[in-house]
Design a protein around this ligand. Structure first.
Ligand code: SF4
Ligand code: SF4
Length: 109
């Protein structure tokens, strides 16, 4: 089923499944990952932790960048433990694991 997601015009195009993740944001804008479901209690829509990195011109996971911004209950001393735990679940730094097919639509007209 087709659905509409909103991403920045200058975001990179989604690579093929298994290719290097380029931070296109398609996966996280389509639905929250298991980590977002478990820790952010978000079950649909674009993940609230999805952040645009203007310098790198790519989307990043805010939950990995600054977890305590989202998880106010997380003590500072457990931040590294949390990051190690969720990095594995998110498969950060590994190839694209999203089978979504993305198509750009020009909304400027
Ligand atoms: S995992 Fe794939 S869809 Fe998700 S941000 Fe990376 S390249 Fe884009
Ligand atoms: S990887 Fe991060 S930004 Fe993407 S859905 Fe999961 S928690 Fe949200």
């Amino acid at each position: 089923m087709a659905s509409v997601i909103w991403l920045r015009r200058d975001a990179p195009l989604k690579p093929a499944l298994g290719d290097t993740c380029n931070g296109c944001g398609v996966c996280c804008a389509s639905e929250p990952c298991p980590v977002a479901r478990a820790y952010l209690w978000q079950f649909r829509g674009s993940c609230k932790a999805l952040e645009w990195d203007d310098h790198g011109k790519r989307y990043r996971c805010g939950l990995l960048l600054h977890p305590r911004l989202f998880l106010l209950w997380l003590p500072a001393r457990f931040e590294n433990w949390f990051l190690q735990r969720v990095s594995r679940k998110i498969a950060a730094g590994i190839g694209c694991d999203s089978s979504f097919e993305a198509e750009s639509v020009d909304t400027s007209a």
